[in-house]
Design a binder for this molecule. Sequence first.
Ligand SMILES: NC(=O)C1=CN([C@@H]2O[C@H](COP(=O)(O)OP(=O)(O)OC[C@H]3O[C@@H](n4cnc5c(N)ncnc54)[C@H](OP(=O)(O)O)[C@@H]3O)[C@@H](O)[C@H]2O)C=CC1
Ligand SMILES: Cc1cn([C@H]2C[C@H](O)[C@@H](COP(=O)(O)OP(=O)(O)O[C@H]3O[C@@H](C)C(=O)[C@@H](O)[C@H]3O)O2)c(=O)[nH]c1=O
Ligand SMILES: [Mg+2]
Length: 293
Amino acid sequence: MKVLVTGRDGQLARSLAERSAGLTDLDLVFAARPGCDLATKGSVAAAVRDTRPDLVISAAAYTAVDKAEQEPELAHRINAEAASELAEAAAAVGAPLIHVSTDYVFGGTGAAPMREDEPIAPLGVYGRTKAEGERRVREGQGDHLILRTAWVYSPFGANFVKTMLRLSRDREEIAVVADQVGSPTNALDLADVILALAERRHAGDRTGWGQTFHAAGSGRASWADFAAEIMRLGGSATRIRPIPTSDFPTPAQRPAWSVLDGGKLRDSFGLSLPDWRASLPAVVERLVSAETD
Ligand SMILES: NC(=O)C1=CN([C@@H]2O[C@H](COP(=O)(O)OP(=O)(O)OC[C@H]3O[C@@H](n4cnc5c(N)ncnc54)[C@H](OP(=O)(O)O)[C@@H]3O)[C@@H](O)[C@H]2O)C=CC1
Ligand SMILES: Cc1cn([C@H]2C[C@H](O)[C@@H](COP(=O)(O)OP(=O)(O)O[C@H]3O[C@@H](C)C(=O)[C@@H](O)[C@H]3O)O2)c(=O)[nH]c1=O
Ligand SMILES: [Mg+2]
């Protein structure tokens, strides 16, 4: 099966590459810049037409949450318009699409794990443009699965784990917000779930297609909890000081609560992602050993 993945160097794209390496029935083709630029109208559709994939995975997006507040048009172009172009192009070649979205579509006022059918209320440009991308994929003609994930970390690209390990090198203390709670997700675990769903679909199983699922790490954490565990696993003496969001002003507002309920994914497919506390050690180990190379 030929699978077109948008992006190449992003966390999810690299995780898909690594986790598919042993799967001989899957041939992943990556559509990335400069050849495929989501900011350019028509570019991603041309990549689909040229590749003629059996299935498409959208792993590229505009993910700079704060910067998006300054360039809403570009974020909208990439997260909303290019998402619908991709969905239409995939439909035109008869390829089902696995589209990835985010917990930041939620407003963060909940108190229990968020289910797929709860109302969205994005707080910033990134969340709004991703919500619009979801809507366009959902309302388009193409066959799709939408997977919402959250707080993605991995050995690759830019992420909170790397940021904390870097800051810990020359700081005795890092102040980290303790009143935003979510679902840290190892991109390698998400890649495993996506590849399993792709293989099932290729084998003719249409269970769940046309629907939206939450696919994030199990368990929950505040950013401060997450940072403290990163320090512990990294063997760092740096202290994590829990602070309120009001003490860490950022251009974009983030949801205070965005823990995702994985029940629908588990009930529909028998799939779940490990608890973040179980998944984090191997990633920290890879990052720490890369630093000391
Ligand atoms: N990171 C997170 O914490 C979360 C991410 N998500 C979603 O998961 C998906 C994967 O995210 P993740 O892997 O973490 O993202 P990354 O930020 O690690 O990677 C983004 C990817 O998008 C590509 N990209 C950005 N702009 C363009 C463009 N104009 N043209 C072509 N490609 C572009 C990048 O390409 P290049 O390599 O060339 O820079 C890169 O491959 C996205 O849909 C994201 O919204 C959801 C929840 C949490
Ligand atoms: C660096 C730093 C951040 N923070 C806070 C800011 C913010 O509230 C929180 C996380 O910061 P980040 O900028 O790493 O995370 P952010 O870019 O908001 O991460 C989000 O990315 C997008 C793409 C998603 O889809 C979301 O699921 C989520 O993962 O930690 C501190 O409190 N102290 C610090 O030293
Ligand atoms: Mg960020």
